[in-house]
Design a protein around this ligand. Structure first.
Ligand SMILES: O=c1ccn([C@H]2C[C@H](O)[C@@H](COP(=O)(O)OP(=O)(O)OP(=O)(O)O)O2)c(=O)[nH]1
Ligand SMILES: [Mg+2]
Length: 149
């Protein structure tokens, strides 16, 4: 397991750092570090602090904030940016853009598990400009181009 640097910005997070729920888990749950319940109206988006900052430091990694399936499916609580991408050099607080895409209000409780963080490998690339690509099986076909005769 790789260690990454974390700053605890909200003392309530001291005893509940994100942890993998099972040995096979990919996601680390992020909590809503708010002082009192916040009611999010249907269609509204609010920026919720997590009380944590991470510094991945290595450009071969990124973190992504994803919805929790239960929150999304049952309560309509997903992300205003759909996916949050955390750069390896970002040192600020992890923030969750919280969108109530449902049709009824939802009340978020302090320290409720709101979203999840995954750490992913990244390949940084440079561009080599060409006039032609080498042959490939797909060529320029896309958007439902396969399986047709
Ligand atoms: O859900 C998110 C998404 C981003 N960030 C932070 C970490 C990320 O490294 C930084 C910038 O994010 P991004 O590049 O997606 O936003 P931008 O709109 O392009 O802003 P910037 O000009 O700062 O890059 O904001 C979060 O805390 N939560
Ligand atoms: Mg950016």
């Amino acid at each position: 397991m790789k260690n990454i640097a974390v700053k605890i910005l909200d003392p309530r997070m001291k005893d509940q750092l994100p942890a993998y729920a099972t040995p096979g888990s990919a996601g680390l749950d992020l909590r809503a570090c708010i002082d009192e319940p916040i009611t999010i109206q249907a269609g509204q988006t609010v920026l919720i602090p997590t009380g944590l900052a991470i510094h991945l430091a290595d450009p071969n990694y990124a973190a992504m904030i994803l919805p929790r399936s239960g929150m999304g499916h049952k309560n309509g609580i997903v992300l205003g940016n759909l996916v949050g991408l955390i750069d390896s050099d970002y040192q600020g607080q992890l923030m969750v853009s919280t969108w109530n895409r449902g049709n009824k209000e939802f009340t978020l409780q302090p320290m409720e598990r709101l979203a999840q963080l995954i750490i992913v490998p990244v390949v940084q690339v440079g561009f080599e400009v060409v006039e032609e690509f080498g042959d490939s099986a797909r060529g320029e076909g896309g958007f439902g181009s396969t399986g047709k005769h």
